[in-house]
Design a protein around this ligand. Structure first.
Ligand code: RFL
Ligand code: PHB
Length: 401
């Protein structure tokens, strides 16, 4: 067995773990990342596409915004298509000039991995049987790689290992409470090298179910359809996907839609999930390991980034200013923001998706709510300020609101 020593062990090399690693590195804090998958697998995963301004600021602070600045697409509005009629939400004018940036999670991950490689920081990929131990006293992490057993002793463990990870699963049941809502449908996503149907994202509410027209660049589109959670990807040929998308669009979008072969196709189930608290002695949960939102509000990756903003600041304060204040407040601060994003994502999901359980009354109420939100400046402002991201206090970020 090989024994290593470090200050912070980060379990998981998704955006949360990689961003924490980069921020700790910038502050000169020794850490190691342990990831169960291969580097190629991690770099190729297709997921989120929308960054809030505070997430962009954090990536800038981490020094990994070169590509983002060059290729990210700033968006100042979104479209909501209801009953065949498009309504523009002018995000910027409703939020004193804020905007979001279209930049794929895949690119964020690649940028962070490249920065890590250039700085020659230690990551163990393809680590098997990762286990966290003694995190209320003297934490350490064990794993197997290439048939060799490793033990890493540390001061803290950051559980950034996603919804299916082992960190949350290792917490004694009596010390943790979870809150969950599972939705009876999923999102079928298609990525294709075709120009986007529109300059802005279109969120579609239709009798046939929800759809979303998004993009990764001016030549690469990302489209989603609400489908029963029991559907299998194999049942959805490209042709069937494009036909169904057209069925949910308005005439103009239908005519503008350019179709082409899919380069990725997958179905993601929708879930709302929160863990309380997010700190267990010397183990912190961050990102999807602690909470999940349905993707309708584009909040998952952004919440992972805001957790990491708080956690990196807390750890930096601990090591550089000898203060435990940030560590002690970590869970409470994160959860405040998490629950607001959970509420927004749940609300957007309810408003725009078709639920089989909806009665005629429920449908009428939804119609009335949409008409109110889209027809009132107050309603639009509520949507816009949540979509661009609610403020949070980070001392070291130049603009954290
Ligand atoms: P990740 O990305 O799941 O990374 C966790 C990492 O931990 C590894 N791991 C382990 N490592 C070691 N030992 C173990 N036992 C381990 N178990 C797991 C995993 O291999 C992985 O590398 O979590 P992280 O870093 O917290 O990041 C969260 C985001 O990935 C997620 O919230 C977003 O993708 C959600 N999301 C969106 N978020 C947005 O902010 N904006 C969006 O537009 C948006 N769109 C989406 C989305 C998620 C989607 N899917 C697929 C659910 C669209 C979709 C379709
Ligand atoms: C995406 O481009 O993948 C995307 C955009 C907006 C969302 C969810 C996903 O709300």
């Amino acid at each position: 067995m090989e024994v290593l020593n470090t200050k912070v062990v980060i379990v998981g090399s998704g955006p949360a773990g990689l961003l924490l690693g980069q921020l700790l590195y910038k502050a000169g804090i020794d850490h190691i990342i342990i990831e169960q998958r291969s580097a190629d697998y991690v770099a190729a995963r297709i997921r989120a596409g929308i960054l809030e301004q505070v997430s962009v600021d954090l990536l800038e602070k981490a020094g990994v915004d070169k590509q983002l600045k060059e290729f990210g697409l700033p968006h100042t509005g979104i479209e909501i298509l209801v009953d065949g009629c498009k309504h523009r939400i002018d995000l910027s004018s409703l939020t004193q000039g804020k905007q979001v940036t279209v930049y794929g999670q895949t690119e964020v991950t690649k940028d962070l991995m490249q920065a890590r490689e250039e700085a020659e920081l230690t990551s163990f990929y393809e680590a098997n049987d990762v286990k966290v131990h003694d995190f209320y006293e003297k934490p350490y992490v064990t794993f197997n790689k290439d048939g060799k057993l490793y033990q890493v002793n540390c001061d803290f463990i950051a559980g950034c290992d996603g919804y299916h990870g082992i960190c949350r699963a290792s917490i004694p049941k009596e010390n943790i409470k979870t809150f969950e809502k599972v939705y009876p449908f999923g999102w079928l996503g298609v990525l294709a090298d075709v120009p986007p149907v529109s300059d802005e994202l279109i969120y579609v509410q239709s009798d046939r179910g929800f759809a979303l027209c998004s993009m990764r660049s001016t030549t690469r589109s990302r489209y989603y359809l609400q489908v029963p959670v029991t559907d299998k990807v194999e049942e959805w040929s490209d042709e069937k996907f494009w036909d169904e998308l057209k069925n949910r669009l308005d005439e103009e979008s239908k005519n503008n839609l350019v179709t082409g072969p899919s380069i990725e196709k997958s179905i993601a189930p929708l879930r709302s999930f929160v863990t309380e608290p997010m700190r267990f002695g010397k183990l912190f949960l961050a990102g999807d390991a602690a909470h999940i939102v349905p993707p309708t509000g584009a909040k998952g990756l952004n919440l992972a980034a805001s957790d990491i903003a708080y956690l990196s600041e807390a750890l930096i304060e601990f090591y550089l200013s000898n203060s435990e204040e940030g560590i002690n407040q970590y869970s409470e601060k994160c959860l405040k923001r998490v629950w607001k994003a959970e509420r927004f994502s749940w609300w957007m999901t309810h408003l725009l998706h078709r639920f089989e359980s909806d009665s005629d009354f429920d449908l009428k109420i939804k119609q009335a709510e949409l008409a109110y939100v889209l027809g009132s400046e107050a309603g639009q402002t509520t949507l816009a300020e949540n979509y661009v991201g609610l403020p949070y206090e980070i001392k070291s970020l130049k603009e954290a609101s």
